[in-house]
Design a protein. Structure first.
Length: 338
């Protein structure tokens, strides 16, 4: 539950001052649990982990009514490793998101560090919401870019259930405007029980060895809520290169279900990765999870996933914040939102 704080923002302009009302929400998640991993080269690992179902975080978001249907908005979202107290996302202070924007009748424009459309698509389509051991991204479009710095995104208004999004990320490499550049596009249809999402992103990469590359991902998926069960499905194609070498060339499939009954939720998914390279390193994952809502804000959960790797593939079972170490994992934990 978000805590609403209403305050006055005072802005100096020359010798004068002006005041405007701004609504600010403070929100967060604390998620902790026990993870047991096996199948890795180092053997079984038992650990206490932060952010199994959802990454632990502390965030601030706000908006200001500018009049004439225009709204200024911002989000500052800090990832937290609750097991150690350190910052997540490599130590970044607001590593999850940090942007400012303007919204109105013509749509919303945001500038800053933001999620990619592939990441937001997988989060909407995955029965596990990209968390728990069963998250689809262990195998599905593995290695995709989830966040982009220095990005501008545009979200259109919703018309008849349809909406669209565009994104551009500046690479900021001196003398080469194309290096590390990111572009993305997405379209969504949501009406009643049906949700459909199509997303594409194209990212130029540049390694520390100055080897140019390119990564492209396209995802199409849908969910249908029948009430007694929610069906999930998605397909994806991914291709990336480093120099002249093809590092990823795959087609992926996910089928899943969410079964709600009272405070209980049962989650299930099957994910298949078809490696189209000569190595043919295919993989498939089966995941199952269970959540029990103690209240609107506190949830107990358990999950399990196993990956079948073939022909030298080495995909591992991770969770919302941990990449994992082996091809099998159990989770047991507690998530509290505020």
């Amino acid at each position: 539950m978000k805590k609403k704080v209403v305050g006055a923002m005072i802005i100096g302009a020359g010798s004068g001052l002006c005041c405007a009302q701004s609504n600010v929400a403070v929100y967060g998640i604390m998620d902790m649990g026990v993870v047991s991993e096996s199948g890795g080269a180092g053997g079984r690992v038992l650990k206490l982990t932060s952010g199994i179902a959802n990454g632990s975080r502390l965030g601030f978001k706000g908006s200001e009514d500018l009049g004439g249907g225009m709204t200024a908005l911002f989000t500052m979202d800090a990832g937290i490793l609750a097991d150690t107290g350190a910052s997540a996302q490599g130590g970044l202070l607001f590593g999850r998101q940090a942007f400012v924007g303007l919204g109105g009748a013509a749509g919303t424009l945001r500038l800053g560090r933001q999620y990619t459309f592939i990441d937001s698509s997988l989060g909407a389509l995955d029965p596990f919401y990209l968390g728990f051991a069963g998250r689809m991204s262990n195998v599905f479009t593995a290695g995709y870019i989830s966040r982009v710095d220095n990005s501008i995104t545009y979200s259109s208004p919703v018309r008849g259930g349809l909406s669209g999004e565009l994104a551009y990320g500046f690479g900021e490499v001196p003398g080469d405007a194309a290096a590390r550049r990111y572009t993305g596009a997405a379209a969504t249809y949501a009406s009643g029980p049906l949700y459909v999402r199509l997303a594409h992103q194209d990212a130029n990469t540049l390694s520390s060895a100055l080897v140019a590359g390119r990564a492209r991902n396209t995802v199409l998926g849908a969910t249908w809520d029948f009430g007694v069960v929610k069906a999930h499905g998605a397909v994806a194609v991914s291709k990336s290169t480093a120099g002249a070498a093809t590092t990823v060339d795959s087609a992926d499939l996910m089928l899943g279900a969410t079964v709600p009954f009272g405070p209980h939720r049962v989650l299930f998914s099957y994910v298949r990765r078809d490696d189209r390279r000569a190595a043919n390193g295919d993989a498939s994952q089966v995941g199952i999870g269970y959540t029990y809502a103690l209240s609107k804000r506190s949830t107990l959960y358990a999950a399990y996933a196993h990956i079948d790797n073939r022909n030298g593939a080495a995909y591992v079972v991770g969770n919302a914040t941990d990449n994992g170490t082996g091809n099998q994992a159990w989770n047991l934990g507690l998530r509290h939102t505020f």
